[in-house]
Design a protein around this ligand. Structure first.
Ligand code: TXA
Ligand code: MG
Length: 323
């Protein structure tokens, strides 16, 4: 498998691979995606098969710019348009009524579609060169930890991709590190379906409408499963007051830098801020698996910023996996 550095001709090659129905491992600012032509049902079916993702879990369509929104959506509410205008490109996905151009094979048959313009120069260049929309879930096996480097994807999915038809694009380490904030814009007020770096305050301000606190309808959002983002090691989320002084063998520890490591535990990362924590989170969970640890003790950041909330969300889902 050829790994292309984000140089000169890689963008053109990626666009060619996509036009030929292949899959491109695409860097974005949140996490790496497994991208296919959204209008090619066979290519999209391969994405589902490689991830082992159930067919009724809809995918996000990635666009080169907000000006393309009318091609992929219909009857977009004015507040949703304002949201896209204010925060794209960026780690924000909006769920809006779909246009006739969006196939059932990306929405799992739902009448709405998730759309986003990623804020990554390589992703934008590939989207621009390709011209259409790219259906791209995170490039990991279903239910597992998302990738934030191209090597994560190569290690996890390398053998499932085809060296002649598909392409890995290296865009460096994802700068945000957790998935986009998803906002349902179908109703009279925006509803946050998945927390990310874009905050409720930013959304309300951009929309000019307060964010509704209605919990997401599980039929509409099959992806909001309680257990997800999980390494093979068990994850134990503990508060600052409950960090043990010492642990047995095979235990990893993840917390902000000012929290001391329990005796006997392996420090997986020591981020100084929630921004650094989000960037390091998935690599740390993967590191626990490479070290064959049995358990990760994680102290989530306690801040009231959007990234701290997103990290708490991901860690609690990683911890919720039945064992
Ligand atoms: O940051 C991201 O959003 C990354 C990068 C690659 O862009 N993508 C990502 O995709 O996280 P994925 O497939 O791993 O997660 C997509 C989420 C799922 O939870 C799914 O349920 C939700 O988006 N979703 C997609 N279409 C939807 C729809 N029509 N209605 C409600 N939720 C939808
Ligand atoms: Mg995912």
């Amino acid at each position: 498998m050829v790994t292309e550095h984000a140089a000169s001709d890689v963008v053109e090659r990626a666009a060619e691979v996509l036009r030929g129905g292949g899959i491109v491992v695409l860097p974005t600012e949140t996490v790496y995606g497994l991208a296919a032509d959204a209008e090619n049902p066979r290519a999209v079916a391969r994405v589902y098969a490689i991830k082992g993702r159930p067919a009724d879990h809809p995918l996000i369509l990635h666009l080169a710019g907000g000006d393309l929104l009318p091609q992929w959506s219909a009857n977009v509410r004015p507040y949703a348009q304002r949201l896209a205008d204010a925060l794209w490109p960026g780690p924000l996905t909006i769920v809006v009524p779909r246009s006739a151009r969006v196939g059932d094979w990306v929405t799992g048959g739902q009448d709405c579609v998730a759309l986003r313009v990623p804020d990554h120069p390589v992703a934008l260049a590939v989207l621009e060169a390709f011209g259409g929309a790219l259906a791209a879930p995170s490039a990991n096996c279903f239910g597992r930890v998302s990738p934030t480097t191209v090597d994560h994807v190569r290690q996890e999915l390398g053998e499932l991709l085809d060296e002649h038809r598909d392409l890995f694009v290296d865009g460096g380490r994802s700068s945000v590190g957790v998935e986009s904030t998803i906002v349902d814009c179908n109703g009279p007020a925006p509803v946050i379906l998945r927390p990310g770096r874009v905050s409720a305050e930013q959304i309300a301000e951009a929309c000019g409408v307060p964010v509704a606190s209605t919990p997401p309808d599980p039929v509409r959002v099959p992806g909001s499963l309680n257990s997800h983002y999980a390494p093979h090691a068990a994850v134990d989320v503990v508060s600052l007051d409950n960090v043990p002084d010492e642990t047995g063998e095979g235990v990893g520890f993840l917390a902000l830098a000012d929290v001391p490591t329990p005796a006997g535990a392996v420090r997986l990362s020591d981020p100084g801020t929630s921004t650094e924590y989000a960037r390091a989170l998935y690599a740390a969970l993967r590191e626990a698996d490479s070290l064959r640890l049995d358990l990760v003790i994680a102290v989530p950041p306690g801040g009231d910023d959007a990234l701290s909330a997103a990290i708490r969300d991901r860690l609690s889902r990683a911890a919720a996996v039945p064992r």
